[in-house]
Design a protein around this ligand. Sequence first.
Ligand code: URA
Length: 241
Amino acid sequence: MERLQKRIAQSGLMSRRKAEELIQKGQVTVNGKVVTELGVKVSSKDRIEVDQKLLLKEKKVYYLLNKPRGVVTTTKDEKKRKTVVDLIPCSERIYPVGRLDYDTTGVLLLTNDGEFANLLMHPSYGVEKIYLAKLKGIIKGSSIQTLKKGIQIGKEKVYPTKVKIKKVDSKTQTSFVEIALQEGKNHEVKELFKAIGFEVIKLTRKQYGFFDTTGLKSGAYRPLTPKEVSKVYALKMKKKK
Ligand code: URA
């Protein structure tokens, strides 16, 4: 059972807010009866009509994008910048699973399946994200140890699950560090390095769970296979205690 406005929004016809508006205006019927309350719950067997048109459930779709730089991770941008959704032509109302900064590249999943997105994003499933960060300056092992012990970011302490120096370039005075995290806070990687005195000058997400960008050029995308989708749903069995 789910709320009527959520079910209407899932059809891909309109946002949840718009659905609420139409319900309150008396333009929605459930099994032939007008419903004007917002708390009503419906099941998949209920016949819902919006403006006398029968509501069909939107097909669930799943994509993996190799996000390029200079694209916003949102569905609509106030400043009219290009969004990740603009890069995937499809008729369903897809949205990104989590977010990557405007200048961050790499693995980004997009879907219209809320449960799928939640399985990947909710901390209780502990899905690991692996990033490669290019830093200004030369990093030493002692800084890596500090990161591994956990860093306070806002109200929470973040514990990277892996941190590894991949390359140090004394000529350009830059370092490359691979870092794995299970949380998904905004600007997390940049904040972690900032806390130990390093600026991130380039950031790529190499992996999100078992997804990577193999075979995808920057800006390219592909649909997920049914096997990949099932593998994400199998996370339900592996919930962390
Ligand atoms: N951490 C960041 O700082 N930026 C991203 O885009 C992703 C994780």
